[in-house]
Ligand binder design. Sequence first.
Ligand SMILES: *Cc1c(COP(=O)(O)O)cnc(C)c1O
Length: 486
Amino acid sequence: MSSEPLIFELSSPGRRAFDLPALDVPEATLPGALRRGRAPELPEVSQLDLVRHFTHLSQRNMGIDTNFYPLGSCTMKYNPKVNEDVAALPGFANLHPYQSGDTVQGALEVMFELERWLAEISGMDAISLQPTAGSQGELTALFVCRAYHEKKGRRPRKVLVPDSSHGTNPASAALCGYEVETVKSDDKGHVDLEDLKARLSPDVACLMMTNPNTVGVFEKDVRAIAAMLHAVDAQLYYDGANLNAICGLARPGDMGCDMMHFNLHKTFSTPHGGGGPGAGPIGVKEHLRPFLPVPRVEKDASGYHLKEEGFPESIGRVRCFYGNFGLLLRGLVYMRALGGDGLPEVARGAVLNANYLLALLKDRFEAPYGDRCMHEFVLSASRQKRENGVSALDFAKRLLDFGYHAPTVYFPLIVPEALMVEPTETESKETLDAFAEVLRGIAREAVETPELLRQAPVNTVVGRLDEGKAARQPNLRWTPCPPPPA
Ligand SMILES: *Cc1c(COP(=O)(O)O)cnc(C)c1O
């Protein structure tokens, strides 16, 4: 890079900002016909204009630091800045994955300690930090499950998933080579035990279960479910995406679950969105430990080590290096900042906030699973759809006009016109009150001016998109700003 600041040269008359020095490349290497005759026409802007451009772009971005983000299932909590402060310390930020073990003892200690925190929180016996998303954790744990059965000379073909399950569950099972079979939910939103019983056989490898589940209710019969599965030597998988509701209060390991994933970017407040980066460690009970991925963090008298050898039954690596270290670190900072007393407070706060919001909204929408929930709840806009021709999508779009991120819509699949709201514990009562008032107002609009909802959003930079067309004919080209209105 040249030492001269190119952008400031704009003010020196007669010179282009980006006049590049002539390349001193011999003709033989770069034939004349391929050489540029003149400097590239790069856009010329002053630093101030550039700063304004990117600042405005960043302000158009919807994120948890700017707006309430009640996206159900995703647990969009605030990311405390202390996490970032610690992750920015040069000793962590400048690590290189090829450094030798004796120069990264601190980082290994972080990983070792995080494993112990996760084991204690979950009641699991062994942890792997490698997977970098909940979904990758699912796949990893299913590989572990398959290795467990194979060691016993068994090849069960099926994975069961409740009909309320997150789409990644059946996707992971299919990717792992299993047939997916759906178990019904009863009218309270619980796994239907009769239906489960009818599907159990030695051909079942495991049941993947979320608790509290995706309709926001706690599966009370989880111990009985575990016993039913174990009777046919199937495993119980705990999808830990909703751990925020029970963290520090109840442990999947104590409920009889054999394996699980954590979403550090949900429960433990590390950043997520836009597809990553994430962290989806897995936890397993003792009988599954031999199959965990390598390398593993171990400690002996001489310090911490990343061990790759000596695990003949391991499923191997699932990720280059050791996972998303920066996120693992942030997760540990969060846990240590809150401690053993703070984490259950988080869970209680999350459940309280969700119930408070549900109480403010339940008279405006159908609430198919009653007026109590865990950390999130599902409303249905079925009545509005039927009576006013207004859908869950229209509600979601209209919320954007008021500066709110929409709740999750059309999931879980078993609720028609679903609006799935998860406020998280990090939101104040004032924020919840304001959001409820807006959503109640929109419910009024649905009756009085339904056409307005069908056109929404009308106040955003981009209006309603033709999503079908965007998927089939994506226009990914950069286009210059349109000329100002005459
Ligand atoms: C978010 C989520 C997942 C998948 O986790 P990712 O980290 O997004 O891959 C799985 N199950 C449930 C219930 C979830 O909410």
